[in-house]
Design a protein around this ligand. Structure first.
Ligand SMILES: C[S@@+](CC[C@H](N)C(=O)[O-])C[C@H]1O[C@@H](n2cnc3c(N)ncnc32)[C@H](O)[C@@H]1O
Length: 334
């Protein structure tokens, strides 16, 4: 049995992240960082928030250690400073992920009786979460891409001094292409996503990183898009499971859209053959998310299924395990 004190500590962990999320979503950590020390009135003025809500939030953020207190003055604790979205190694993705998880769990709880699967619109039901989605994924995955995947996966080495077109299908806020083009200086990039908010953020971020001359983004559907010219690389990061039902048509199409020698690079959570492994801490998040994927009409994929589908469309596949994820490269033979 889990001791009741441990259960209570777990519940407090969730509350703590909920309070942090309120601060992230309303720019409170960033505002207090600028002010350094402030009372509730000054913080309300700086952040544009309602004083009554802010007073309660400051007390709770103090209680959970996100803020320090000196009489009526509040300042950020070290942990609070790390919740700023703009902080180096920001931890804000953990708070956003916790509240998103609660929302999706509540939806799954209500849908389980009927079996209804309302689809991906469920993700967009919470207007305070939606704007943080792209940044959350960037914080969760960009450093793994830069430090573990880019150096290890052969096709990226080949792209180092090659000109060509890299396309990201389901690009989110565009972090993948920003990271790739930051390293492969001759590549051009095109990102497509179905959410208009993602395209706005991706375009603004590419401009802020000085990449807008080589990197464009457009709203579009993975099932029906037009490339301006044949691509050398087509990437899908955590997007394939969203469109798995139509994989055959999609992979046939990608094969035709690629230059000979080009490749599809797919990065997905790797659903294990042996579900006994799900008990391990690094797999638990995947087990949870697979419930929420079900609400969206999706499910996670086993790596051999991805390889087999690529091979059925004429690709040669290579698998690269990355923790509980997998990168699958499908090459179009020369
Ligand atoms: C889990 S997110 C991953 C986003 C991004 N690749 C990343 O790594 O941050 C999946 C993305 O696929 C997009 N998506 C799903 N189905 C799509 C479709 N049919 N057409 C275009 N985009 C789609 C969603 O809008 C979402 O941004």
């Amino acid at each position: 049995m889990i001791p009741v004190e441990d259960l209570r500590r777990t519940a407090q962990g969730a509350m703590s992240l909920n309070i942090a999320f309120i601060g992230v979503a309303n720019g409170l950590f960033s505002a207090l960082y600028l002010l350094q020390k402030a009372d509730v009135d000054r913080l309300a003025q700086q952040s544009g928030m309602d004083r009554g809500y802010l007073e309660r939030w400051c007390d709770a953020a103090y209680a959970f250690g996100w803020l320090e207190r000196d009489g009526a003055l509040f300042s950020l604790s070290e942990d609070g400073a790390a919740m700023r979205p703009e902080a180096e190694n920001s931890q804000m993705a953990i708070a956003v992920g916790a509240v998103l998880s609660a929302h999706m769990a509540e939806r799954a709880a209500g849908l389980m009786r009927t079996g209804e699967r309302p689809g991906e619109k469920v993700l967009a039901e919470r207007e305070t979460i939606l704007p943080w989605f792209g940044a959350m994924l960037e914080l969760n995955f960009r450093s793994t891409f830069e430090n573990e995947i880019l150096p290890r996966v052969g096709i990226f080495q080949e792209m180092n001094d090659k000109s060509g077109l890299a396309v990201d299908l389901g690009c989110g806020n565009g972090w993948y292409l920003r990271a790739l083009l930051g390293r492969c200086r001759l590549l051009q990039g095109l990102g497509l996503d179905g959410f208009a908010e993602n395209i706005l953020q991706a375009t603004a971020k590419a401009e802020a990183e000085g990449l807008s001359g080589r990197l464009q983004f457009a709203e579009g559907d993975i099932h029906q898009f037009q490339l301006p010219r044949p691509a050398d690389l087509i990437v899908m990061n955590r997007a394939l499971h969203h469109v798995w039902e139509l994989r055959g048509t999609l992979f046939d199409r990608l094969h035709r859209e690629l230059n000979p020698g080009g490749a599809v690079v797919i990065w997905e959570p790797a659903w294990p053959e042996d579900v006994g492994i799900l008990r391990q801490p690094e797999y638990r998040g995947m087990a949870f998310q697979n419930v929420t994927e079900h609400v969206q009409g999706n499910h996670f994929l086993r790596p051999p299924e991805i390889s087999a589908a690529l091979e059925a469309s004429g690709f040669q596949s290579e698998l690269y395990p990355v923790g509980s994820d997998v990168v699958v490269v499908g090459r179009r033979p020369v």
